[in-house]
Ligand binder design. Structure first.
Ligand SMILES: *Cc1c(COP(=O)(O)O)cnc(C)c1O
Length: 407
């Protein structure tokens, strides 16, 4: 197995901002809510307005001009829902606090967030992207297919500096990566990027385990659909970054419309308040399952990152489709980061859209299964996995022919 080490989670009381000197667990429940007590509220209000009345259209014109110039959040009430929403802004404020960045900009999904970043850079004539595989399957596809006019050079972390060109607008990495959990030395890659912005997809680690901005990443992306929401009922994305880049992202969001619904913003803010507790509890379950899988003769290899976390990948000697078909407590479904445990076969689902040779070349083998460990009792989880893994027959069972065919 890759790593039998005990995960090295940061201490619970890690101070995330020198300015406030509040711990991450404190910010998780208080950030984005500073004004509530003064307004006589406890739960944050949900503002579902799509438009906002104003008798001062000269003032509106000035606010729109200011937004067009800098992308800064308009003062006072928003003009129109696509320009900004107060409930969504609470989530953005809180996530920026947790990631240690000036700002954050929320989108309708993780893919909408990545698209906005590519559009910002492409609109500046910087269409070339340097990226490290593996990435989430659809991120790989968006770059490979050039759907937004970008051109990608794939490299390994050590090759980033050599892959940069005058028109390189972005360097993109995931760490731990989906689905192999491969880790990238963020500080070294940030150094190799020079002045080119480094985007780190931090979906798997969450700010509880890793804050890439502190390692030199200019952009930190989340599929908030996963751990930030945490309950499998919100589709969302967010980019945490400096205010200058955030302004450009808001302008693209305004012009292209990939906004987050305010109710989703509310649910995400609520999700953040339990994020540290959920991530630590699920990670403890994951570490226990990693130890049992690593000792199991039906399992060929276990992948688990040094920073820990609640994601585990493993390769089976037998047919992975059979394992998926036999789980009963664990949900056989794509996605991750929910309170319940999910399992999926990346070569069939999350990374199906990636060319098979590219996929295998990135370490996403046909026998790899990806497990998103939830908050159930670990003995119940192991009982389900144990029966799903099937007979404890020694030695490798040949891959069934069906496995190589499309399904
Ligand atoms: C799911 C995922 C995405 C895409 O996010 P959506 O919210 O599904 O659009 C991006 N990156 C990673 C690592 C993911 O797991």
């Amino acid at each position: 197995m890759d790593s039998a080490r005990t995960p090295t989670s940061p201490p619970d009381d890690v101070r995330i901002t020198a300015a406030t000197s509040r711990a991450l667990a404190t910010e998780a429940v208080h950030a984005g809510r500073d004004d509530l007590a003064g307004r006589g509220l406890h739960a944050p209000p949900i503002d579902l307005s799509t438009t906002y009345p104003s008798y001062d259209s000269r003032g509106e014109a000035a606010r729109i001009d200011a937004f067009a110039a800098t992308g800064a959040e308009p003062d006072g009430p928003p003009v129109y829902g696509r320009l900004g929403n107060p409930t969504v802004a609470r989530f953005e404020t809180a996530l920026a606090k947790l990631e240690g960045t000036e700002s954050a900009v929320a989108f309708a999904s993780g893919m909408a967030a990545l698209s906005a970043v590519l559009l910002v850079r492409g609109s500046m004539g910087l269409r070339h992207v340097v990226a490290v595989r593996p990435l989430y399957g659809c991120s790989d596809h968006l770059l490979t297919a050039g759907l937004l006019g970008s051109e990608v050079t794939w490299t390994d972390p050590a090759g980033v500096a050599d892959a940069l060109r005058p028109d390189t607008g972005l360097v993109l990495v995931e760490s731990p990566a989906n689905p192999t959990l491969a880790e990238v030395d963020l500080r070294a890659v940030a150094h190799a990027c020079g002045s080119v912005p480094l985007l780190v997809d931090n979906t798997f680690a969450t700010p509880v385990l890793q804050r890439p901005a502190g390692h030199g990443a200019r952009l930190v992306l989340h599929s908030a659909t996963k751990y930030l929401g945490g309950h499998g009922d919100v589709l969302a994305g967010v980019v945490a970054c400096d205010e200058e880049f955030a302004g450009r992202l808001r302008q693209v969001r305004f012009a292209t419309g990939g906004v987050l619904h305010p109710l989703a913003g509310y649910l995400l803010l609520r999700g953040l308040s339990t994020l540290p507790v959920r991530v630590r509890a699920a990670s403890a379950n994951a570490a226990e399952l990693v130890a049992r899988l690593a000792a199991d003769p039906r399992v060929a290899r276990v992948h688990y990152p040094r920073i820990g976390g609640a994601m585990v990948s493993f390769e089976v000697h037998g047919d992975p489709h059979e394992v998926i078909g036999r789980v009963r407590l664990i949900t056989p479904a794509v996605s991750l980061g929910s309170v319940d445990t999910l399992i999926q076969h990346p070569a069939s689902i999350s990374h199906r859209i990636v060319d098979a040779d590219d996929r295998r070349g990135a370490g996403v083998g046909d026998r790899l299964l990806r497990l998103s460990v939830g908050l159930e009792d670990v003995e119940d989880l192991w009982a389900d996995l144990d029966s799903a893994l099937g007979e404890r027959a020694p030695g490798a069972i040949p891959l069934r022919e069906a496995l190589s065919g499309a399904e």
